[in-house]
Design a protein around this ligand. Structure first.
Ligand SMILES: Nc1ncnc2c1ncn2[C@@H]1O[C@H](COP(=O)(O)OP(=O)(O)O)[C@@H](O)[C@H]1O
Ligand SMILES: O=P(O)(O)OC[C@H](O)CO
Length: 509
């Protein structure tokens, strides 16, 4: 460690789908140091995706220590730690040994599809949506808990005896940070709880009827807390030596953290994060809007004992991962960035439309029977046209979400704040502005997810006083303005929607 530290700082841990990272921020919201480590993607069967939560906890400890060293920070420089995480990914651990009892089931995993169909039925769907804000889909955590309890020998008995704890990654990381088997706190925040299908959106408590129907014993569930408050302090283990006594002071699902980091604090402000998948969230304030258009109603954030702020969300399962597929499965590009050069070598998509319904379609359709199609193929189409269709797919999927948002909220999008790995693609960002017919803007600090967790932790310990202080930190780095003939836009959108129709009903059961 060097002596060059200039704290005070806030540290944020982002436990993501592909990696865990820790970023140290200063008071202006600038990045002081980053450390990151990938973990294994375990793919036991088609449609199944698992993570080893013990590996994840080891990685979290490594990246926190790594970021501290890179920042040249000492314990007293860090005023608080915030947590953000891949949402819905579900794990159970033994509260006496502190060991996971099975691999975590990842949000992308579709093994609970059949279970959701059994639980649902037409009338069922409405009720679950009304009470939890979510459609009954394999994406969410509750059915994953039920699957583990019913399919892994001995787990249901252990759960009923009170020996098991459930958590999304926020709960697992916080429990370990605050002492694990020696008194770790078992909590989650409202944003993560709002992704379980088990929480009442109105009063932010566990829904006992739904939990019973799903077969989830209440004793496995964590206490639901706000997104910005001190849950406990770092104790014990490697991190205890480095950061003992530092308050663990925020938790938010990663997409809600990005909303917070993008400073979308007013009703109607929205952000869209372009990573493996894409998630657009719009702040709807204290108003809980029940979507009529296939969006999710979710909690945006809750600061301490203030009223919760709700959000509408459009979740898209496959965007950046389609670019990865072009690279890894098709071998048409060597790096993700190459897709831009390939796509820019032609004027248009040559008539081809690519709908990447690889594991069904999320918002606004929620159709698990859909599968991917490339429509409009002729002999004329080249790999460059396909590259273009791949990028356009991300933009058209966003357009469908923004249309649904406008319909549900009555708010016309005046500009879209973006972040995530795909936003380095200029061709895509310009096409996005064109099809949305609205400016697309990207902030200086692109790490909005960690930044949001840091902001929420900093507010909890008085490092920042109000969200107005945070707004002042948001600075524009790039802007794309719309420039497309409206007739062409309408024609292309119609073709896209026609291609989407052709994905439906591919799986018969
Ligand atoms: N220049 C690019 N053009 C298009 N897609 C890109 C580009 N660079 C990265 N990506 C895609 O962005 C994703 C990585 O973004 P990131 O925000 O790190 O995702 P996540 O947080 O979900 O892991 C990958 O799926 C990758 O294929
Ligand atoms: O870890 P990410 O960035 O892929 O985000 C995953 C989402 O939280 C899933 O809902």
């Amino acid at each position: 460690m060097t002596d060059s530290h200039t704290g005070p700082f806030i540290a944020a841990i982002d436990q993501g789908t592909t990696s865990s990272r820790c970023i140290v921020f200063d008071r202006d919201g600038r990045i002081v140091a980053v450390d990151q480590k990938e973990h294994e993607q375990i793919l036991p069967k088609p449609g199944w995706v698992e993570h080893d939560a013990a590996e994840i906890w080891r990685n979290v400890q490594e990246v926190v220590a790594g970021a501290m060293v890179k920042a040249g920070a000492r314990r007293d420089d860090i005023l608080a730690i915030g947590i953000t995480n891949q949402r819905e990914t579900t794990m159970l651990w033994d509260k006496h040994t502190g060991q996971p009892v099975h691999n975590a089931i990842v949000w992308q995993d579709t093994r609970t599809d059949q279970l959701c169909k059994q639980l649902g039925g037409d009338a069922g769907q409405d009720r679950w949506r009304r009470e939890t804000g979510l459609p009954l889909a394999a994406y969410f955590a509750g059915p994953k808990i039920a699957w583990l309890l019913d399919n892994v020998e001995g787990l249901r008995e252990k759960a009923e005896a009170g020996d098991l704890l459930f958590g999304t990654m926020d709960s697992w990381v916080i429990w370990n940070l605050t002492g694990g088997v020696n008194g770790g706190v078992h909590v989650t925040d409202v944003t993560n709880a709002s992704r379980t299908l088990l929480m009442n959106l109105e009063d932010l408590s566990w829904n006992e009827d739904i939990a019973a129907e799903m077969g989830v014993p209440l004793q496995v569930l964590p206490e639901i807390r706000s997104s910005s408050e001190t849950y406990g302090e770092v104790t014990g283990g490697t991190l205890g030596q480095l950061l003992g006594g530092v308050p663990v002071a925020s938790a938010l699902g990663d997409q809600q953290a990005a909303l917070f980091g993008q400073t979308c604090y007013s009703v109607g402000e929205a952000k869209s994060t372009y990573g493996t998948g894409t998630f657009m969230l719009m702040n709807t304030g204290e108003k809980l809007i029940h979507s009529e258009s296939g969006l999710l109603t979710t909690v945006g954030y809750r600061i301490g004992d203030q009223d919760p702020v709700y959000a509408l969300e459009g979740s898209i399962a496959v965007t950046g991962s389609l670019v990865q597929w072009m690279r890894d499965q098709m071998g048409l590009i060597k790096t993700a960035a190459e897709i831009e050069t390939l796509a820019a070598s032609v004027e248009d998509n040559g008539g081809a439309y690519f709908v990447p319904a690889f594991s069904g379609l999320f918002a606004p359709y929620w159709r698990s029977d859909a599968r991917g199609v490339i429509a409009g193929l002729t002999r004329y189409v080249t790999k460059a046209h396909i590259a273009r269709a791949v990028l356009e797919a991300t933009a058209w999927q966003t357009r469908e979400i923004t249309d649904a948002m406008t319909k549900d909220s009555g708010v016309e999008l005046s500009a879209l704040k973006v972040d995530g790995g795909m936003t380095s693609n200029n061709l895509l960002m310009q096409f996005l502005a064109d099809v949305l017919d609205a400016p697309v803007v990207r902030p200086m600090v692109a790490e909005t997810t960690c930044l949001g967790a840091a902001y929420a932790a900093g507010l909890a310990v008085g490092f920042w006083d109000t969200t107005d202080d945070l707004r002042a930190n948001w600075r524009r780095a790039a802007e794309w303005t719309p420039n497309m003939d409206p007739d062409l836009r309408d024609r292309e959108y119609k073709n896209w929607l026609k291609a989407v129709e052709r994905t439906m009903g591919w799986l018969e059961d």
